[in-house]
Design a protein around this ligand. Structure first.
Ligand code: GLU
Length: 339
């Protein structure tokens, strides 16, 4: 979305190099971000997975989780929804932890395809390489590499890993799982295509099933903010204190999110908001301010690429007002001359 569509042209950009404001001020800014987001009624609720069309288009929750464990939430931050594509970021982090930086890069890739998340053409254009773990091809290739002798064992590992990011046991939404299983012919085709290129070395049907389950895990904005704060804090969950993944894995994951977390609008998002993030078609959006906080929004109306509109508006405001944009700096040279 453009700056004018994000309604932030009037918000001064604080440098991303300073500390975050005091907790009471963050509460005020979260409320202001929510007030801006709620004004926006553009976008449409996803319906290509039939059950997602039943979401209330007016739902809007927002939560900031600081790396010191502080939570700032407003609105529908405890409404649960399916995590969808946002699971890709966390399964990727778990896989990096298991098999390492070099191998994941080789087999899954790190570059943006510039094409839709469920593109088959992108696979063909790249000689069968999935290109990056945030599109369905790369996510299926990632899930296929998760250790486990059976799909059931892989699923247990994924659910357990994502639950450790959230700091509570996450559950499957059976309706979403069944609705997506009945309509995911395209993902099945992608998995078979990847198998034909030797990029998936397991039964593709089992891989799609585990992937569909990971997408059907239920979270709320407060969970996602904690999951994001874990990536912001070197892999340590700020509520449980558990080291879920290493700091090096967080760095790798956030680099991939910066390049490809918001579908084919990732460049535009980075240009306006300046932070790694990941969205999902149920309306979730998680953003990570390294060393500072996780920000999460839930609002089911999406832009044409599949990103929550209100989520983007609220996050753009917070990035500016809280001083989170990783590309925004103040001049040290000019500051040192000040009395
Ligand atoms: N489960 C969805 C799919 O594979 C996820 C899509 C998304 O959130 O981008 O189509």
């Amino acid at each position: 979305m453009r700056e004018s569509e994000l309604h932030v042209a009037d918000v001064p950009q604080s440098a991303g190099t300073g500390a975050v404001p005091a907790p009471a001020r963050i509460d005020e800014l979260v409320a202001a971000a929510h007030a801006r987001g709620i004004e926006d009624r553009t976008g449409t609720v996803a319906d290509y997975i039939p059950v997602l069309a039943e979401a209330d288009p007016e739902s809007f929750g927002l939560c900031v989780a600081d790396v010191d464990g502080g939570l700032h939430e407003i609105g529908d931050s405890r409404i649960r929804f399916s995590i969808q594509s946002i699971s890709k970021a966390f399964v990727y982090a778990l896989l990096c932890e298991e098999i390492g930086h070099a191998e994941v890069r080789e087999t899954v890739g790190v570059d943006n395809t510039g094409l839709a998340f469920n593109s088959v053409v992108a696979i063909e254009l790249n000689d069968g390489h999935p290109m990056n773990p945030m599109v369905n091809a790369g996510a299926l290739a990632t899930t296929a590499l998760v250790p486990g002798a059976t799909p059931e064992a892989q699923w247990d590992r994924i659910r357990d890993g994502l639950s450790r990011f959230a700091g509570r046991p996450l559950e499957l939404d059976d309706d979403v799982y069944r609705s997506e299983t009945a309509t995911n012919q395209r993902n099945r085709a992608i998995a078979q295509l990847l198998e034909s290129y030797g990029r998936i070395r397991r039964d593709p049907a089992g891989v799609v099933d585990v992937y569909t389950r990971q997408c059907s895990l239920l979270v709320d904005a407060h969970d996602l903010a904690i999951m994001g704060a874990t990536l912001a804090d070197g892999g340590v969950n700020p509520l449980t204190g558990e080291q879920v993944v290493s700091a090096a894995v967080c760095r790798d994951t956030l680099a991939v999110l910066a390049a490809s977390g918001l579908y084919e609008r990732s460049g535009e998002w980075l240009f306006e908001i300046g932070l790694p993030g990941k969205s999902g078609v149920a309306g979730g959006l998680v953003t990570v301010a390294p060393g500072k906080a996780g920000i999460a929004a839930y609002a089911p109306r999406l832009d044409a690429a599949g990103n929550s509109v209100r989520g983007q508006v609220a996050t753009a405001y917070l990035s500016r007002a809280l001083g989170l944009n990783i590309f925004a700096s103040d001049s040290h040279y000019l500051r040192k001359d000040q009395p």
